[in-house]
Design a protein around this ligand. Structure first.
Ligand SMILES: CNc1ncnc2c1ncn2[C@@H]1O[C@H](COP(=O)(O)OP(=O)(O)OP(=O)(O)O)[C@@H](O)[C@H]1O
Length: 216
């Protein structure tokens, strides 16, 4: 198997096999960065039918829907930070499992973002709005659950799942532009990595994503 060329900043913790799932953008070169800061982003996904997102009311990413997360504090592990942020921003606890790593460079930000992405299939506690985030459930539309491979058809049954009845679809138009590339990988349970570079107006300049091969 040929070796994938990983963008700068994307590092693999384990020697896993990966296939490229998307790449594009008008830029030839990845943007340089000087520092890296570590973040988390956590999603609760019920019955592969609905996902909990939060509307960011202030700070970085204001006005966008996203998972719950933030900076890993000194002395904390990534999973500890993910659990703390989920509790602080949504009021809940969940058995989070690591599912991917994203690397973002935003022109003008003082450091690149290295984001550990986590998911859980259940939670405890009461979902609570905070000063920072307004949580809400969204149904996972069938476009976000891609066919396993190009010659098979997606099973669309989950969109009619009772858990998702009456919920709006995931609001991709009010989310970071990278999300459409890796969220389907998260929903289908394929560990993923990727990088995306943005200009100061949050326009995506260049991107690359990869995941473990889909099971056929
Ligand atoms: C550029 N493309 C992107 N696409 C999707 N998600 C992105 C993202 N870039 C950042 N994120 C997430 O945005 C949150 C920021 O966290 P943020 O609120 O700034 O952190 P934290 O709460 O520690 O900050 P303060 O304590 O308020 O400074 C955090 O979940 C991080 O994973």
């Amino acid at each position: 198997m040929h070796t994938l060329h990983l963008p700068p900043g994307v590092e693999l913790q384990h020697n896993i096999s990966l296939v490229e799932t998307a790449n594009g953008g008008a830029s030839e070169q990845w943007v340089d960065y000087k520092k890296v800061k570590f973040y988390t982003n956590a999603f609760v996904i019920i019955n592969d039918a609905k996902v909990l997102l939060g509307y960011k009311k202030r700070g970085f990413g204001q006005g966008l829907w996203n998972g719950f997360g933030g900076k890993v504090d000194p002395g904390e592990t990534s999973i500890q930070a993910a659990q703390r942020e989920l509790e602080e921003e949504a009021g809940i606890n969940a058995p989070l499992e690591h599912c991917g790593v994203l690397f973002f460079v935003v022109d003008g930000a003082d450091a690149a973002f290295n984001i550990d992405v986590y998911r859980a299939n259940e939670y405890t506690g009461t979902i609570t709005e905070t000063d920072e985030m307004r949580p809400a459930w969204f149904s996972i539309q069938k476009e976000m659950l891609p066919p396993v491979n190009s010659h098979t058809t997606a099973d669309c049954s989950s969109t009619s799942d009772k858990h998702a009845e009456g919920l709006p679809p995931i609001p991709l138009g009010q989310m970071w532009a990278d999300d459409e590339f890796w969220m389907p990988l998260m929903f289908s349970g394929r560990p993923f990595v990727g990088r995306a570079d943005f200009d100061a107006d949050s326009k995506m300049l260049k991107w690359w994503f990869a995941a473990t091969p889909a099971e056929s």
